[in-house]
Design a protein around this ligand. Structure first.
Ligand code: GUN
Ligand code: FE
Length: 445
C-alpha cells in the first residue's frame, strides 16, 4: 500500500442524512488518497502505516460549497439592501465587468482562493465570469492552492450590461470552446474541472441554451445554474418563456435539468409541486444558500420538502449574495432559516437538526463530486483536523456538543490540517499560489 497513513483523533462524520457517527480516540486510515475506514481499534493490516495522534482534536470531512461566485468576493457585504435583479445590475455586473483585466482578476482571485484555502471548505462549485482568460487564471490559482473545484466560465448573451453581456450566442459558444480546449487539454489540472454555467434563464437566449446542450453532450460536462431564487425573477422567466410550464421546465426543454446531465441549481426558493417532482425524477441537486436568501430578501427554500422527496441537497455560500465563505456558517444559517420556515410558513416542515445540516455541508453536497464528504470506506480522503479547545472553557463536552460549538461559533476553530484527496494542503512547500494557513491567533472561520 503506497502513500498510506493513519490519523488518530475524535472523529465525526455522516453515514446518511441525520445519521451522524461519532468516535472518540479513533483511527482514520487513508491509502492512495482514499479513506479505508474509521475504526475504534486499528486493524492489524494497517499497523505498519505511519500514525499521527491528534489528541483532543476533532477530525471531520472537508466541507463542500456547492455554489459560490469567485469574482464576487471583492464586494461581499455591499448592496445588501437590494433584491436580486437590482443587486445584479448595480453591483454584480459592474464588478464582474472588471475581470476583462487580467491583473485585476489575478489580485481578486488570489484573495478569494486564499480565503477558501484558510477556511474549512475543501471543495467548491464555482462561478467565474464570462471571460475565458480570467476563468483559466482562476482555475490555475485554485489548482495551485490544492483545493478541489468545479469552475465555470459564465454564459450570458442577454439582459446584461454592455461590457459584460456576450455579443451573441455564437460568440459565447466560441469562447466556451476555447475555454474547454484549454482547460481539458495537456492535463492542465488534477483537482479542478470545468462545469457548464449558463448564468440563469434571463441571461441566456434559446440559441445559446441549445448550443450549450450540444457542448454539454460532446464533452460530457456537468451543469450549474440558478433556479427560482426571487419572486420577481420567477415572474420574469414566465414572460421570457411563455411556452414553458415552469422555470424548471425552461431548463428541461433544453436538456439542462439533470437526468444524464449532472446538474446543480442554486436557491430553489419558489418551487411548485410539479417542479419539485421534476427535480426528484431528474435527481437535480439543490444548492441551498440560506445566507444569500436572507441578505437579498429572497425567501426561505423548503429544504425539508426536498429531503423528504429524495432530492439531493447541499449547501452553498453564494458569495457575494452570502457574505461568508464558511460552510460551517451555512450549516447554522440553514438550521435557523428552517426554524423560521416551520414557524411562519409550514408547520408540517420540521426544522433541520444539527446532524442534518452537517450532512448537507459534507456528504450531501459532496455527492455532486462523487464519493466525497464522509469517512466511509471508499470515500476520497478530504478531512479537517480542528483544534476546538477555545470552545472547551467550561469543562469537557460530548462530541455532539463540540460539533454544535464548531458549527455555531466557527471563528473559534483552528484548522490544523486540511486534507484534499489524501494530501495535507497546509503541509507542503508553498506552491506558485503562495498560500499560508491562518495562525492560531487569527483563528479560522
Ligand atoms: N442569478 C443570476 N446571477 C446571479 C448571481 O450572480 N447571484 C445570485 N445570487 N443569483 C443570480
Ligand atoms: Fe449565485
Amino acid at each position: 500500500m503506497s502513500e498510506g497513513f493513519v490519523l488518530k483523533g475524535d472523529l465525526c462524520f455522516s453515514r446518511a442524512s441525520g445519521d451522524l457517527e461519532v468516535m472518540e480516540n479513533a483511527y482514520l486510515v487513508c491509502a492512495d488518497g482514499v479513506c479505508k475506514g474509521a475504526y475504534q481499534e486499528l486493524p492489524e493490516e494497517f499497523s505498519s502505516l505511519p500514525l499521527t495522534d491528534h489528541q483532543n482534536r476533532l477530525i471531520v470531512p472537508g466541507l463542500v460549497d456547492l455554489h459560490v461566485h469567485a469574482p464576487q468576493y471583492t464586494f461581499w457585504g455591499l448592496g445588501m439592501d437590494l433584491e436580486l435583479i437590482q443587486w445584479l445590475n448595480r453591483h454584480t455586473f459592474p464588478e464582474e465587468s472588471k475581470y476583462e483585466d487580467l491583473s485585476y482578476a489575478e489580485k481578486a482571485y488570489r484573495a478569494f482562493a486564499d480565503e477558501v484555502y484558510r477556511g474549512p471548505n475543501t471543495r467548491a462549485v464555482v462561478f467565474a465570469t464570462r471571460h475565458t482568460p480570467a476563468t483559466l487564471l482562476l482555475m490555475d490559482i485554485l489548482e495551485g492552492s490544492g483545493l478541489a473545484a468545479y469552475v465555470g466560465k459564465v454564459n450570458m448573451d442577454r439582459n446584461g450590461i454592455p461590457p459584460l453581456q456576450e455579443e451573441s450566442a455564437e460568440a459565447s459558444l466560441a469562447d466556451t470552446e476555447i475555454w474547454l480546449q484549454a482547460a481539458l487539454g495537456e492535463k492542465r489540472y488534477a483537482n479542478v474541472k470545468p462545469i457548464l454555467t449558463p448564468r440563469f434563464i434571463p441571461s441566456c437566449t434559446d440559441g445559446l441554451m441549445s448550443g450549450l446542450k450540444a457542448v454539454q453532450r460532446s464533452y460530457g460536462l456537468p451543469v450549474q445554474s440558478h433556479l427560482s431564487e426571487n419572486q420577481g425573477e420567477v415572474a420574469w422567466v414566465r414572460e421570457l418563456c411563455p411556452g414553458a410550464g415552469s422555470y424548471a421546465q425552461a431548463y428541461d426543454a433544453f436538456g439542462m435539468f439533470g437526468g444524464d446531465t449532472p446538474t446543480v441549481m442554486a436557491h430553489c426558493v419558489w418551487m411548485s409541486d410539479e417542479e419539485i417532482e421534476l427535480m426528484r425524477k431528474r435527481q437535480v441537486f439543490v444548492a441551498h444558500c440560506p445566507q444569500s436568501n436572507m441578505n437579498l430578501s429572497s425567501g426561505i427554500a423548503p429544504v425539508r420538502r426536498f429531503l423528504d422527496a429524495g432530492i439531493p441537497v447541499g449547501l452553498g455560500s453564494d458569495v457575494a449574495g452570502g457574505s461568508h465563505t464558511s460552510i460551517f456558517r451555512a450549516m447554522s444559517d440553514a438550521i435557523q432559516v428552517s426554524k423560521l420556515y416551520w414557524r411562519l410558513v409550514d408547520e408540517s416542515c420540521r426544522a433541520l437538526t444539527l446532524e442534518e445540516a452537517f450532512y448537507l455541508g459534507t456528504l450531501g453536497g459532496g455527492a455532486f463530486f462523487g464519493n466525497i464528504g464522509s469517512f466511509l470506506p471508499g470515500y476520497e480522503f478530504d478531512a479537517l483536523v480542528i483544534d476546538d479547545s477555545r470552545n472547551l472553557d467550561t469543562g469537557p463536552l460530548d462530541m455532539q456538543s463540540r460539533l454544535a460549538r464548531v458549527v455555531y461559533q466557527p471563528d473559534r476553530n483552528v484548522i490544523e490540517e486540511k486534507y484534499v484527496r489524501g494530501k495535507n494542503i497546509f503541509d507542503r512547500p508553498l506552491g506558485n499560489a503562495g498560500f499560508k494557513k491562518a495562525s492560531k491567533e487569527e483563528g479560522v472561520v
